[in-house]
Design a binder for this molecule. Structure first.
Ligand code: NAD
Length: 366
């Protein structure tokens, strides 16, 4: 691509690194967006793209989002992301992952690699053979293990605190909740909610996921198309992105949206305004779904990973969610704008605390 620096300039990236390995055919990109808060921390997405430009654009978009997610999650890590251009089903093997590990090692800790679409914790065990700058390792490797449990717990805690504002009560026992997606997160969220006594409706396009939910949990199964129209208090999107759009928003009857799916709003500005006009409080996706990244970051706790301590930190998502809704309501802005302000405030504060920035502000050469 000839205009890479234009892209770097537009969203103020710090670095884009390209990794290539002739023997394994590794083609990888790491985008480091912002390291104000610490080393860039983000997942490794392995998939095929139509072309290299698409891979770069995806990597940049995801890396930038991680800066906001990590800042709002109150962890001392910056934003970054990696992509490996390969088919995870047919091209992933030890040699490729180790070549990727050597590429990450060359970045000398400026980027810490985790998992994303196409990679899992077992892959990170292989990557770790080449570099220490890797997270999302299994617990038997000193890591935090699978992210799903922590993510679902964070969504649940965030939903309760949001309910405290929307319904004047964090107790969900008398609330009805619809969940889109009965996968890793949706299933666990339904488990938390039914244990509390909430009335839970759940849907999925995968019969086996629904069977597992209906066999083990006290939930009502509904058809995928009817999920938007249900007369419920809370809607929890835990499947796909872009499901809040021109067609679906007018159908909603809930007062609160709180789920894990990434990029739920098809057009962030337009559709967050639409929700606000309809008096539906939107629990911002990257605030609510930060449990996994918070949990993984605890691998770097100087005292070592401790699940109880990590989950206490994950539970703080509730306080962040509440604060973001309060900012939105007192400024009459959308929760998306409020979340951005919240994350940017933390970044700005850290810049001021950082001696480098303080010196630079005073005009001292550093
Ligand atoms: P998953 O693949 O385990 O579950 C998603 C479920 O949604 C699947 O069972 C799938 O069949 C179902 N689904 C797909 N299309 C659907 C449709 N049209 N209607 C109803 N159901 C549909 O994924 P997950 O790990 O549970 O993650 C759920 C969402 O949360 C994803 O958007 C993911 O990116 C996001 N997220 C997950 C994590 C994590 O730690 N797993 C962290 C942050 C964000």
């Amino acid at each position: 691509m000839s205009n890479v620096f234009k892209l770097i300039e537009k969203d103020e990236f710090e670095e884009i690194a390209y990794g290539y390995d002739k023997k394994t055919g590794l083609k990888s990109i790491v985008a480091i967006h912002d390291t104000t808060l610490g080393p860039a921390f983000g997942g490794t997405r392995m998939m095929l793209y139509d072309n290299e430009e698409e891979a770069l654009k995806d990597c940049l978009k995801l890396a930038r989002a991680m800066t906001y997610k990590n800042a709002a999650a109150n962890i001392n890590f910056g934003g970054g992301k990696a992509v490996i251009i390969a088919d995870s089903k047919t091209q992933k093997d030890e040699a490729l992952l180790r070549a990727y590990g050597r590429f990450i090692d060359g970045l000398a800790g400026r980027f810490i690699a985790g998992v994303d679409v196409g990679t899992d914790e077992n892959d990170m065990v292989i990557v770790q053979q080449e570099t220490d700058h890797v997270t999302a390792l299994p617990t038997y490797y000193g890591g935090a293990g699978s992210t799903s449990g922590a993510t679902a717990y964070g969504v649940y805690q965030g939903m309760k605190k949001a309910a405290e504002i929307v319904f004047d009560n964090p107790n969900l026992a008398d609330k009805s909740v619809s969940i889109q997606g009965a996968g890793n997160i949706g299933y666990r969220l339904a488990d938390f909610l039914t244990q509390e006594g909430a009335e839970v409706y759940i849907t999925d396009i995968d019969e086996s996921a629904l069977q597992k939910a209906s066999e083990n949990l006290d939930v009502k199964i509904v058809e995928p198309e009817s999920i938007y129209e249900l007369d419920v208090d809370i809607f929890a999107p835990c499947a796909l992105g872009a499901i809040l759009n021109d067609e679906t928003i007018p159908k909603l009857k809930c007062e609160l949206i709180a789920g894990s799916a990434n990029n739920q709003l098809k057009d962030v500005e337009k559709h967050s305004e639409m929700l606000k006009k309809r008096n539906i409080v939107y629990g911002v996706d990257y605030i609510l779904s930060a449990g996994g990244v918070i949990n993984n970051s605890q691998q770097y706790n100087p005292c070592g990973y401790n699940k109880e301590a990590a989950y206490q930190k994950v539970a703080k998502i509730g306080d962040t969610m509440k604060k973001v809704i309060e900012i939105a309501q007192s400024n009459d802005i959308t929760t998306c704008k409020a979340a951005k302000m919240f994350a940017e405030d933390r970044l700005e504060l850290s810049k001021r605390l950082n001696k480098w920035y303080i010196k630079a502000e005073r005009g001292i050469k550093v």
